[in-house]
Design a protein. Structure first.
Length: 243
């Protein structure tokens, strides 16, 4: 009996004394995903801005003897531009969940035990993890230093997914941006300016060509020239504040 008690007590104190490492819990997962998502939103907004600029520059391309007054033409471009804003807002709403799933649900996911093998010591409450912790936590698991360590891999995973999704959104006239936003705007425009109806084919071809060129530009989405180096550090410092 005495031996059992001692054994249990011993095992219990070992468990208490063994340095164990906590995970990036819900708030950490949400805030870190949000931090990434905010940056990717800045970068994807640039492509909607580009799309808007291209529509403004080329919407009427190839239509001879512009059949519209200046005011009418301005209204038409405003309708098209508003539809692109709508497309941008719809897209932006999806970024957070994509980022979250990419880090915490896709394999290999940043979850699970970080104690075996032991790499870093959990700092006391209220004290941040350190950059050396980020360096030392060299396998994939659920704590903030692991996410910090594998930041380049995480970014690659997110960028691959977001690029594919964005390209899909603008991929021709059966894409979401066309079907849900630009196409209906074009219908509105034709309703308001029937003189354009004769040029529907040209307008449609212009829009398709514009979407294609934006899709091509997306090949460099969030690459090293666009992703600001200081964003890595911002996200790392945020990560390291979570227990
Ligand atoms: C996490 O995000 C929420 C909502 O923006 C904020 O209120 C909270 O302070 C953040 N926590 C940390 C530790 O940054
Ligand atoms: C933890 O890191 C945050 C963000 O870098 C910083 O503002 C804060 O002062 C740090 N806290 C401590 C206790 O060092």
């Amino acid at each position: 009996m005495r031996f059992d008690t001692a054994a249990i007590f011993g095992a219990f104190s070992m468990a208490l004394l063994a340095p164990s490492v906590l995970a990036c819990e819900r708030e950490c997962q949400v805030n870190v995903s949000r931090a990434f998502a905010d940056k990717y939103e800045i970068l994807s907004n640039q492509y909607f801005t580009l799309l808007n600029q291209k529509v403004e520059a080329s919407f009427f391309y190839g239509i001879p003897n512009n059949p519209l007054s200046e005011t009418e033409a301005t209204d038409v471009l405003k309708t098209m531009s508003d539809s692109i804003t709508g497309a941008q807002e719809a897209w932006s709403k999806t970024i957070f969940q994509t980022v979250f799933d990419t880090i915490f649900k896709d394999e290999p996911k940043f979850k699970g035990d970080c104690n075996v093998p032991h790499r870093v010591n959990q700092p006391p409450r209220g004290v941040n993890w350190t950059m050396p912790d980020c360096h030392n936590m060299d396998y994939i698991c659920g704590n903030p230093p692991s996410i910090c360590h594998f930041m380049p891999m995480i970014k690659t995973r997110i960028v691959n997914k977001l690029t594919a999704q964005l390209q899909d959104r603008v991929n021709g006239d059966d894409s979401d941006v066309y079907v849900s936003f630009i196409g209906p705007a074009l219908q509105n425009v034709l309703g308001g300016a029937p003189r354009l109806t004769a040029h529907l084919k040209t307008l449609h071809a212009n829009l398709n060509q514009i979407l294609e060129s934006v899709r091509d530009e997306l090949a460099t989405f969030a690459d090293d020239e666009n992703w600001k180096p200081e964003w890595d550090m911002e996200i790392k410092w945020l990560l390291l504040t979570f227990p």
